[in-house]
Ligand binder design. Structure first.
Ligand SMILES: Cc1cc2nc3c(=O)[nH]c(=O)nc-3n(C[C@H](O)[C@H](O)[C@H](O)COP(=O)(O)OP(=O)(O)OC[C@H]3O[C@@H](n4cnc5c(N)ncnc54)[C@H](O)[C@@H]3O)c2cc1C
Length: 261
């Protein structure tokens, strides 16, 4: 983990709510970054807001040593971040956190993502492509316009299935039908989820019913991201015990069966 002064190459609007940022790393190699990890980003050049904000790595480009992020413009920090311009320097701390488990030689993976949860899972999809593991992704969003990076995923061979709230296709029972179709007709031995409690519960049910390896990337409000402030705690089940963990230290990727929703 290091504090890096990264040059902003682009910070463009994808749609009404989301932005895409690309930064250039000059002093270390981005091959150190792995899917599931995140960076704690100082959104402004002054200290307002004081706290950094955590963002998952969306894309790791070893050819030109750049990193990409997708973010939802939400509150004070991300509103400041969207004002940052190409050429400016962004202070990023990371890579932080653990990574997804990729089974080399795995039959296939199913990603179940809601909203900007696809940022975190895309890094995994790109890695699956490199490892020749077939990848299927259910992308859920409020509206058709809010579906992110479908084209980029299709370009690397990910088969995407789109659902949204507006046409009623995103409720868990409809997503279950799509997921079961994928599991039953293609070779899938793992499931990964991010971005929705309801879809995480569904993913866990599917993993149990179809004996799939299952992981989740969790998000909690985060303060220091170094384990000191205990802002990002969540509960996990271990045997008969419930244990409280700090997501920045023990996550953000967790075995899906352990998480207490
Ligand atoms: C591991 C991880 C990965 C993420 N990846 C992405 C991503 O790829 N894309 C994306 O859009 N979003 C991602 N998020 C969510 C993103 O970090 C938040 O949406 C963002 O921090 C919102 O910042 P804001 O200032 O705009 O919103 P606000 O709601 O105004 O501020 C939220 C921030 O306030 C601070 N805060 C609030 N309450 C507390 C508290 N009790 N203790 C400590 N600090 C507090 C924290 O810094 C918190 O992050 C991720 C979150 C985590 C934990």
């Amino acid at each position: 983990m290091k504090e890096t002064q990264a040059e902003i190459l682009c910070n463009e609007k994808l749609n009404r709510r989301y932005r895409h940022m690309k930064v250039k790393i000059s002093d270390w190699n981005v091959s150190e970054v792995n899917p599931g990890q995140f960076f704690h980003i100082k959104t402004t050049e002054d200290n307002l807001p004081l706290l950094r904000r955590p963002f998952s790595i969306y894309r790791i480009n070893e050819d030109n040593n750049t990193l990409e992020f997708l973010y939802l413009v939400k509150g004070v920090g991300t509103k400041k971040l969207e004002e940052r311009k190409p050429g400016e320097i962004l202070d990023i701390l990371g890579p932080l956190g653990n990574t997804f488990t990729i089974h080399q030689g795995g039959k296939g993976m199913l990603l179940v993502a809601r909203g900007v949860g696809i940022a975190t899972l895309s890094a995994l999809a790109f890695a699956a492509n490199k490892a020749d593991i077939p990848c299927f992704a259910v992308l859920s969003a409020r509206s058709k316009e809010d579906i992110l990076v479908e084209k980029e995923l299709n370009e690397v061979g990910v088969k995407t299935f789109l659902v949204n709230d507006q046409d009623g296709s995103s409720d868990p029972e409809s997503v279950r039908l799509i997921a079961e179709e994928i599991i039953n007709h293609r070779q899938v031995d793992s499931i990964y989820t991010c971005g929705s409690k309801r879809l995480s519960v569904l993913s866990r049910e599917l993993s149990e019913e179809y004996s799939l390896f299952a992981e989740i990337a969790l998000e909690e409000k985060m303060g220091c991201a170094m384990g000191a402030c205990y802002a990002c705690v969540c509960d996990v089940r271990e045997g008969d015990e419930i244990r409280t963990i700090r997501l920045c230290q023990d996550g953000p990727v967790l075995p899906l069966k352990k998480v207490v929703f």
